[in-house]
Design a protein around this ligand. Structure first.
Ligand code: ZN
Length: 239
């Protein structure tokens, strides 16, 4: 389960993660180990637009063997955002794009088992190299996103998600795992739903923290429930 910006961005458009970042079984050689250097988003038909997750300059827009039709967008920090397996390319190198601009359409060109977007972020200077990956794209820091975030929910672990989901609906705010605390710096209010406060305080020194953590997942669930019950009117008004 991932909680970062790319997944929320594509999730809002109906895309679903079909293969997360990290170790996996090679889809082309069942049984042998593979390391997935990006996130795959599918669940939408081939041909739908694939928007850029970030603004920047297009530095690549062509077919690269395994990548298939690939668009690369270089952001303001010189990180390279790669959008692979596209059916068609809608941008050309040198072009400037903004977040949300379609860079291509969803496809299955290159090494792909079906229509999906392979989204990968490469470190500065690594271009389109497969080994240049930054890490899990959901852990990448999207600065424009940070300032817009009014509130956020931090989970102790994945098991807290089910209890925290109604709170997320009420607040209309994103969830963060413990590994993504680096993105919380400018969030105004952080709801801590599981786990200790100290690392959250460190990651978001200015934030108001609402401590809904119990000593175990059941206590946490009860605290969240009580909080929702006592503050329903306020949360609804905040909409
Ligand atoms: Zn992939």
């Amino acid at each position: 389960m991932a909680y970062g910006f790319p997944t929320r961005f594509y999730g809002a458009l109906g895309f679903k993660i079909t293969s997360p970042f990290g170790p996996r079984t090679d889809p082309f050689n069942p049984g042998s180990a593979d390391f997935h250097t990006g996130i795959d988003y599918g669940g939408r038909p081939a041909g739908v637009p694939v928007p850029a997750t970030i603004g920047g300059t297009v530095f690549a827009a062509k077919s690269y063997q395994g990548w298939g039709n690939l668009v690369g967008v270089r952001d303001w920090q010189n990180y390279n955002h790669l959008f692979a397996h596209l059916r068609t390319l809608l941008v050309v190198p040198g072009q400037t794009v903004a977040r949300g601009n379609p860079v291509g359409t969803l496809g299955s060109t290159g090494k792909a088992t079906g229509p999906h977007l392979h989204y990968q972020i490469n470190r500065p200077g690594t271009g389109v190299n497969g080994s240049g990956y930054f890490g899990d794209p959901d852990l990448y820091f999207f600065p424009e996103e940070e300032v817009k975030m009014e509130s956020a929910i931090v989970l102790g672990s994945d098991v807290d998600y089910a209890s925290a989901a109604p709170l997320g609906d009420a607040l209309n705010c994103p969830f963060f795992s413990r590994s993504a605390l680096g993105q919380l710096r400018a969030v105004k209010t952080v709801y801590v739903c599981g786990g200790s406060l100290a690392p959250v305080r460190e990651a978001a020194p200015e934030a108001k923290l609402v401590d809904l953590s119990g000593t175990n997942r059941f206590e946490t669930a009860a605290k969240i429930y009580e909080y929702l019950k006592s503050s329903t009117r306020r949360l609804v008004v905040r909409g």
